[in-house]
Design a binder for this molecule. Structure first.
Ligand SMILES: [Zn+2]
Length: 205
Protein backbone atom coordinates (compact mmCIF):
# COMPACT_ATOMS: atom_id res chain seq x y z
CA UNK A 1 0.00 0.00 0.00
CA UNK A 2 1.16 3.53 -0.76
CA UNK A 3 1.54 5.35 2.51
CA UNK A 4 1.65 9.10 2.91
CA UNK A 5 4.90 10.18 4.49
CA UNK A 6 3.83 12.13 7.60
CA UNK A 7 5.70 13.47 10.57
CA UNK A 8 3.88 15.23 13.36
CA UNK A 9 4.63 17.14 16.47
CA UNK A 10 2.40 18.20 19.34
CA UNK A 11 3.61 21.63 20.38
CA UNK A 12 1.70 22.09 23.60
CA UNK A 13 2.55 19.61 26.34
CA UNK A 14 -0.75 20.22 28.07
CA UNK A 15 -2.51 18.55 25.14
CA UNK A 16 -3.36 14.94 25.78
CA UNK A 17 -3.00 13.92 22.14
CA UNK A 18 0.15 12.13 20.97
CA UNK A 19 1.92 12.73 17.68
CA UNK A 20 1.34 9.10 16.85
CA UNK A 21 -2.42 9.55 17.08
CA UNK A 22 -2.20 12.60 14.83
CA UNK A 23 -0.17 10.73 12.22
CA UNK A 24 -2.57 7.79 12.31
CA UNK A 25 -5.60 10.02 11.86
CA UNK A 26 -4.15 12.03 8.95
CA UNK A 27 -2.90 8.86 7.30
CA UNK A 28 -6.32 7.27 7.45
CA UNK A 29 -7.99 10.33 5.87
CA UNK A 30 -5.33 10.41 3.13
CA UNK A 31 -5.95 6.75 2.31
CA UNK A 32 -9.70 7.16 2.20
CA UNK A 33 -9.97 10.37 0.20
CA UNK A 34 -6.92 10.52 -2.08
CA UNK A 35 -5.65 8.31 -4.87
CA UNK A 36 -2.36 6.40 -4.81
CA UNK A 37 -0.91 8.68 -7.44
CA UNK A 38 -1.84 11.76 -5.40
CA UNK A 39 -0.17 10.26 -2.33
CA UNK A 40 2.91 9.48 -4.43
CA UNK A 41 3.00 13.07 -5.67
CA UNK A 42 2.94 14.32 -2.09
CA UNK A 43 5.66 11.89 -1.03
CA UNK A 44 7.80 12.92 -4.00
CA UNK A 45 7.56 16.52 -2.86
CA UNK A 46 8.79 15.68 0.64
CA UNK A 47 5.67 14.44 2.42
CA UNK A 48 3.81 16.25 5.16
CA UNK A 49 4.81 17.77 8.46
CA UNK A 50 2.07 18.56 10.97
CA UNK A 51 2.33 20.74 14.00
CA UNK A 52 -0.54 20.51 16.46
CA UNK A 53 -1.23 23.75 18.25
CA UNK A 54 -4.01 26.29 18.66
CA UNK A 55 -4.72 27.98 15.34
CA UNK A 56 -6.00 31.56 15.25
CA UNK A 57 -9.57 32.10 16.43
CA UNK A 58 -12.22 30.75 14.07
CA UNK A 59 -9.81 28.45 12.20
CA UNK A 60 -9.08 24.76 12.55
CA UNK A 61 -5.99 24.44 10.42
CA UNK A 62 -3.57 26.25 8.17
CA UNK A 63 -1.45 25.18 5.23
CA UNK A 64 1.91 26.95 5.50
CA UNK A 65 3.41 25.96 2.16
CA UNK A 66 6.60 23.98 1.64
CA UNK A 67 9.01 24.59 4.50
CA UNK A 68 12.37 22.80 4.61
CA UNK A 69 11.27 20.44 1.85
CA UNK A 70 7.97 19.34 3.38
CA UNK A 71 4.36 20.45 3.14
CA UNK A 72 3.64 22.04 6.51
CA UNK A 73 0.27 22.19 8.25
CA UNK A 74 -0.77 23.58 11.54
CA UNK A 75 -3.67 21.62 12.97
CA UNK A 76 -5.82 22.69 15.89
CA UNK A 77 -6.08 20.08 18.69
CA UNK A 78 -9.85 20.01 18.18
CA UNK A 79 -9.43 19.03 14.52
CA UNK A 80 -7.06 16.09 14.66
CA UNK A 81 -9.78 13.65 13.69
CA UNK A 82 -11.77 16.04 11.54
CA UNK A 83 -11.99 14.41 8.11
CA UNK A 84 -13.03 17.59 6.27
CA UNK A 85 -10.33 19.78 7.78
CA UNK A 86 -7.59 17.27 7.03
CA UNK A 87 -8.88 16.68 3.49
CA UNK A 88 -9.00 20.45 2.88
CA UNK A 89 -5.36 20.88 3.93
CA UNK A 90 -4.15 17.93 1.84
CA UNK A 91 -5.92 19.49 -1.17
CA UNK A 92 -3.90 22.67 -0.51
CA UNK A 93 -0.69 20.64 -0.57
CA UNK A 94 -1.66 19.09 -3.91
CA UNK A 95 -2.51 22.50 -5.36
CA UNK A 96 1.04 23.49 -4.60
CA UNK A 97 2.77 20.52 -6.07
CA UNK A 98 0.65 18.39 -8.40
CA UNK A 99 1.45 19.48 -11.96
CA UNK A 100 -1.45 17.47 -13.38
CA UNK A 101 -3.97 19.74 -11.67
CA UNK A 102 -5.61 22.77 -13.41
CA UNK A 103 -3.27 25.67 -14.25
CA UNK A 104 -5.43 27.86 -12.04
CA UNK A 105 -3.85 26.12 -9.04
CA UNK A 106 -0.45 27.51 -9.89
CA UNK A 107 -1.92 30.96 -10.33
CA UNK A 108 -3.42 30.67 -6.86
CA UNK A 109 -0.33 29.16 -5.30
CA UNK A 110 0.47 29.69 -1.61
CA UNK A 111 3.88 31.03 -2.52
CA UNK A 112 2.36 34.08 -4.23
CA UNK A 113 0.73 37.17 -2.76
CA UNK A 114 -2.95 36.77 -3.52
CA UNK A 115 -5.63 39.43 -3.71
CA UNK A 116 -8.76 38.94 -1.63
CA UNK A 117 -10.69 37.87 -4.70
CA UNK A 118 -8.07 35.27 -5.59
CA UNK A 119 -7.89 34.03 -2.02
CA UNK A 120 -11.67 33.69 -1.85
CA UNK A 121 -11.76 31.73 -5.08
CA UNK A 122 -8.97 29.46 -3.90
CA UNK A 123 -10.67 28.73 -0.58
CA UNK A 124 -14.05 28.16 -2.20
CA UNK A 125 -12.59 25.79 -4.82
CA UNK A 126 -10.70 23.91 -2.12
CA UNK A 127 -13.85 23.57 -0.09
CA UNK A 128 -15.83 22.36 -3.12
CA UNK A 129 -13.23 19.69 -3.79
CA UNK A 130 -13.24 18.71 -0.11
CA UNK A 131 -17.00 18.31 -0.06
CA UNK A 132 -16.77 16.13 -3.17
CA UNK A 133 -14.05 13.92 -1.68
CA UNK A 134 -15.19 13.20 1.87
CA UNK A 135 -17.01 10.02 2.80
CA UNK A 136 -19.85 12.00 4.30
CA UNK A 137 -20.27 15.77 4.33
CA UNK A 138 -20.55 17.10 7.88
CA UNK A 139 -23.64 19.31 7.83
CA UNK A 140 -22.91 20.52 11.36
CA UNK A 141 -19.63 22.15 10.31
CA UNK A 142 -20.57 24.92 7.92
CA UNK A 143 -17.93 27.61 8.51
CA UNK A 144 -17.70 28.88 4.89
CA UNK A 145 -21.46 28.72 4.41
CA UNK A 146 -22.02 30.64 7.65
CA UNK A 147 -20.07 33.52 6.12
CA UNK A 148 -22.09 33.35 2.89
CA UNK A 149 -25.29 33.35 4.93
CA UNK A 150 -24.12 36.32 7.04
CA UNK A 151 -23.26 38.35 3.96
CA UNK A 152 -26.60 37.50 2.39
CA UNK A 153 -28.45 38.71 5.50
CA UNK A 154 -26.39 41.88 5.71
CA UNK A 155 -27.47 42.56 2.12
CA UNK A 156 -31.01 42.77 3.56
CA UNK A 157 -32.03 39.78 1.53
CA UNK A 158 -35.07 38.10 3.07
CA UNK A 159 -34.51 34.77 1.41
CA UNK A 160 -31.10 33.55 2.49
CA UNK A 161 -30.64 29.79 2.43
CA UNK A 162 -29.35 28.28 5.67
CA UNK A 163 -25.69 27.21 5.75
CA UNK A 164 -26.77 23.60 6.16
CA UNK A 165 -29.04 23.68 3.12
CA UNK A 166 -26.35 25.29 0.98
CA UNK A 167 -23.77 22.71 1.95
CA UNK A 168 -26.20 19.86 1.42
CA UNK A 169 -27.09 21.17 -2.06
CA UNK A 170 -23.43 21.49 -3.01
CA UNK A 171 -22.64 17.96 -1.89
CA UNK A 172 -25.55 16.73 -3.97
CA UNK A 173 -24.35 18.61 -7.06
CA UNK A 174 -20.80 17.39 -6.62
CA UNK A 175 -21.63 13.75 -6.08
CA UNK A 176 -24.78 13.47 -8.21
CA UNK A 177 -26.28 12.02 -5.04
CA UNK A 178 -24.55 8.66 -5.13
CA UNK A 179 -21.39 8.87 -7.16
CA UNK A 180 -18.62 10.29 -4.97
CA UNK A 181 -15.78 11.35 -7.28
CA UNK A 182 -12.32 10.14 -6.27
CA UNK A 183 -8.80 11.35 -6.95
CA UNK A 184 -8.44 13.47 -10.06
CA UNK A 185 -12.15 13.18 -10.83
CA UNK A 186 -13.01 15.24 -7.76
CA UNK A 187 -10.74 18.02 -9.03
CA UNK A 188 -12.41 18.08 -12.44
CA UNK A 189 -15.83 17.90 -10.86
CA UNK A 190 -15.24 20.75 -8.43
CA UNK A 191 -13.83 23.02 -11.15
CA UNK A 192 -16.58 22.17 -13.63
CA UNK A 193 -19.52 22.56 -11.26
CA UNK A 194 -18.04 25.52 -9.41
CA UNK A 195 -20.09 28.36 -11.00
CA UNK A 196 -23.30 26.55 -10.01
CA UNK A 197 -22.28 25.86 -6.41
CA UNK A 198 -23.35 27.94 -3.40
CA UNK A 199 -19.74 27.95 -2.23
CA UNK A 200 -18.77 30.07 -5.26
CA UNK A 201 -20.36 33.04 -3.45
CA UNK A 202 -17.79 32.83 -0.67
CA UNK A 203 -15.68 35.95 -0.09
CA UNK A 204 -12.89 36.37 2.44
CA UNK A 205 -13.26 39.35 4.72
ZN1 LIG B 1 -7.90 26.61 3.01
Amino acid sequence: MTKLNISSKVKDRRLSVTSREVTRSVSSVANKNFSKSEINTLNNSGGIRIVVRKVQQGHLARYNGIVKGKHCFTLDPSAISDEETITHEIVHALQETDKTRPVLDRKLSASRMLSNTELSKKEALTEAETIARVQKANLNATQYYDDINDQCKRGKNKHCATPRTMKKEDRKRLTDNTDRPQGKRSVTKAHKKFPKLNISKYTEE
